[in-house]
Structures are given as C-alpha cells and as structure tokens.
Design a protein around this ligand. Structure first.
Ligand code: ADP
Length: 298
C-alpha cells in the first residue's frame, strides 16, 4: 500500500527534510505519523501524493512507483487517494458542495449522485446544513471538516491526513477519529500525521515517529487482552515471503507500476497486506518496536 525504501528528500538550497526513511504500511492498516514540528511529516505525505519527488530512494503507493510516475499519470494516482491538507485547500469561489463533489464530478457521476455523495460525506462531519456556504463563511474547524468530507467521500484506497484535528476541539477531534476508524474498518488504509499525543494515546494504532527527517520509532500497539512481550525487536527483514515489488526496488528494476499487487481496491483476504487489518479495540497496551535504523547505527 505504502512502501518507502531508503527515501531522502532535500529541498533546493540543501535543506534536508527526510533522510534514509524505510517503512511499509500494509493495506488496511491505520498508522499515525508523529514527531516535532520540522521533523518531516508534511514532506513525507507530499511525497506520497507526488507533490514532491524524493531526492533518493523509491516509493510505492497503491502499486505505483510514484517517484518515476509520468506527470500525465499523476491524476490517476491521486484518484486512489484521499488527502486532508494541513491548509485545507478549499477553492474559495466554490461552495462547500462544489468543493466536496469535485471528485465524483470528474469521475463522471451525474449531479444527483454527486449531491447524494456530498450530502452523505458532509453529514458524517456534521456539516450537511452548510452545503451552500462558501469557505470564507466557515470557521477554521468547519473548513477542516469540509476538507475531511472531501477526502473520505469516495472511500479511497488510502487516506492521508496532515494534522486533521489541528483546528478542532477535543470532542470534534474524537468524532473525526471515529470517522477515520469507521472508514478504516471498511477497507481504507490510513496514515495520519499529528503531534497530538492525546489523540495517539487514546487509540491503539501503529505510531511512526520522525525526528530531524529520520524515522526514529515504530511502535505497534495491540489490544490489552493480547499483551505482548515488553520489547519486541523487529528483525531488520521481516520473515515473510519475498515481495516482488520490494525486490524490484532493491534492484532498481521498478516500472511505473512496480507492484505485483496493483489490483483492485479493498483488502485481499490472505494477502500479506491484510496482516494488520481488522484491529478494532482501541485499548492501550503498547508494544514498542524500535525501528530498524540505518545500517551501521547502534
Ligand atoms: P513537519 O511537517 O514535521 O513540521 P516539514 O516536512 O514541513 O515538517 O519540514 C521538514 C523540514 O523541511 C523543515 O526543516 C522545513 O523547514 C523544511 N521544508 C519544508 N518544506 C520546504 C520547502 N518547500 N523548501 C525548503 N525547505 C522546506
């Protein structure tokens, strides 16, 4: 679903935002991405939807090698994604309805279907009554919820969200998290960047931690009734059958659709990508898995 393989990103001027980042978020998983301001969270998300390209390394998203994706194919990648931007990116001159129904419109749904999908998505974030408002007429929190409605509307294969609760009070944050958990249960993979420690603590989900552009933590949290040994060290190579896409990345032989699993959306029963799907109990036992650090590091 998402694979980063030794990814680095330097911005023009030499500013290094990500350094040798390797991880895999399997299909159906819900993972948080955290770290202090400036750690590289937004950059990592931008690489996923090809707003930025990596300086080195390979990235696979929904079966596509995003770093080498031809420009003309980027819209097809983005149609498999829902993105909640930190700055919302609502179109100021369009109504809430027009903003939210953009995707069903370009996918060719008729106006009635667009309206139904937009209404349902806005109802899920408590804003169905503001369909005809313009973004400037909404509070920051309401705009954020419109951005979330737009991202979840088509139940994408993968939803990535950058500080999606940054402007919301604790009650609304909890509501949004419930919505995310619900669409996760229906098969959408989620990667949610947040520095809200409370939010992370309340939900037993995987937590990837960035610091100064490096992945310094990977904590998998499991339900209380299945306690794990206090510290489980993940082997540097997990014991699972070789993944053709990963092998291809390691050897540099990745095409534009690098994954052998570039199949239809939704969990494929029995595939490796379902390994973390279906976790529902948000209890709070933490199994800390120190991330596999770069070669040669302690
Ligand atoms: P976070 O989302 O964790 O706050 P960012 O990904 O926004 O971190 O930033 C990581 C680093 O990259 C920071 O040092 C930031 O200043 C730098 N950075 C981010 N975007 C740009 C850019 N467009 N040009 C230059 N440097 C950038």
């Amino acid at each position: 679903m998402i694979r980063f393989f030794h990814v680095g990103k330097r911005y023009p001027g030499g500013q290094s935002a990500l350094d040798d980042v390797t991880f895999h978020v399997p299909r159906g998983q819900f993972a948080f991405l955290t770290g202090p301001s400036g750690a590289g969270k937004t950059t990592l998300l931008k690489l996923i939807f090809r707003e930025e390209v990596p300086s080195e390394g390979q990235i696979l998203v929904n079966g596509r090698n995003v770093a080498s994706l031809p420009r003309a194919k980027i819209p097809y990648l983005r149609r498999t994604l829902g993105v909640v931007f930190q700055d919302f990116r609502l179109i100021p001159r369009k109504t809430v309805f027009e903003n939210v129904s953009y995707l069903p419109r370009i996918l060719g749904h008729d106006r009635k279907a667009q309206k139904k999908m937009a209404y349902q998505a806005l109802r899920r974030v408590g804003l169905a009554h503001r369909m005809q408002a313009f973004p400037a007429e909404l509070s920051g929190g309401e705009q954020q919820r419109v951005a979330i409605a737009r991202a979840v509307l088509a139940e994408p294969e993968l939803l990535i969200a950058d500080e999606p609760t940054g402007n919301l009070d604790p009650e609304l944050s909890a509501e949004i998290l419930r919505l995310f958990l619900e669409i996760n249960l229906r098969g959408t993979t989620l990667l949610v960047a947040t520095h809200d420690r409370d939010l992370i603590r309340r939900h037993a989900r995987r937590v990837l931690t960035l610091e100064h552009g490096r992945l310094v933590g990977d904590a998998e949290r499991v339900p209380a009734e299945a306690p794990a040994p206090a510290f489980l060290h993940r082997p540097s190579e997990p014991s699972r059958p070789p993944d053709p896409s990963e092998e291809a990345m390691a050897t540099g032989k990745v095409g534009e659709t690098g994954s052998a699993r570039a199949g239809p959306a939704g969990p494929a029963v029995g595939s490796e990508d379902t390994e973390d799907a279906g976790e529902t109990d948000p209890t709070d036992v933490e199994r800390t898995v120190p991330v596999a650090v770069a070669d040669g590091e302690p």
